[in-house]
Design a protein around this ligand. Sequence first.
Ligand SMILES: [Zn+2]
Length: 226
Amino acid sequence: MCGQLDLERKIRLYYGGNITLRINNNSTNIFSLEKTYSTREVKLSLHRIFLKAPMPVIKSLVRFIKNPIEKHKKDIRIFIYEHSDEIELEPRASRPIPVVTKGKYFNLSTIMDRINKEYFRNQLRVMVSWGKAGTVMGKARSNIQFANFDANKNLIRVNPALDKQVVPEYFMEYIIFHEMLHKVVPPTISPAGRLCFHTKAFRQREREFKDFKKAVCWLRENWHRL
Ligand SMILES: [Zn+2]
């Protein structure tokens, strides 16, 4: 843990130029950089989570300041991800989330309660809601996103395109089970710095769902009806 002056000193040392550092507590401004190339002067604004950044992250930060290309952002992004639970959301973002669980054919909270009992010893605390129509639907099969888990909001959103009579109950259960697993099985970080959500461990757990094969088969044969 180091204070602002300490952090500023370290960054300046590695950078070798003039740096003004501002520490903020603003979830919409976690990391921003203003650089005057002629004078090498840098104005840096960092979220306070960076006060505990380890040396390698600080060095990455300086690499990015020197040469702000995407590749140099990798470690910074991972660091931010790992500390995202310490970033307080703005009042605007922490407003109550509208949650709609009742659809025409499915009640999402009823399904989730059932899954929670059967697979998670009723221990999982997560919200579920129908998403907005047309927001997560793709055209090609590979792009169809049936649901997602928003870790920040602790909310599973389900594509309302699934609220159809043709959709079997076990398929809905599978979709919700899959998203609930995302809360339980954390993503890993690949050597290239990418977040991997569907890890081997995740895929293994997914197969614990009793109608897993049935659900996958149903999707293969019916995706065009969705
Ligand atoms: Zn997934």
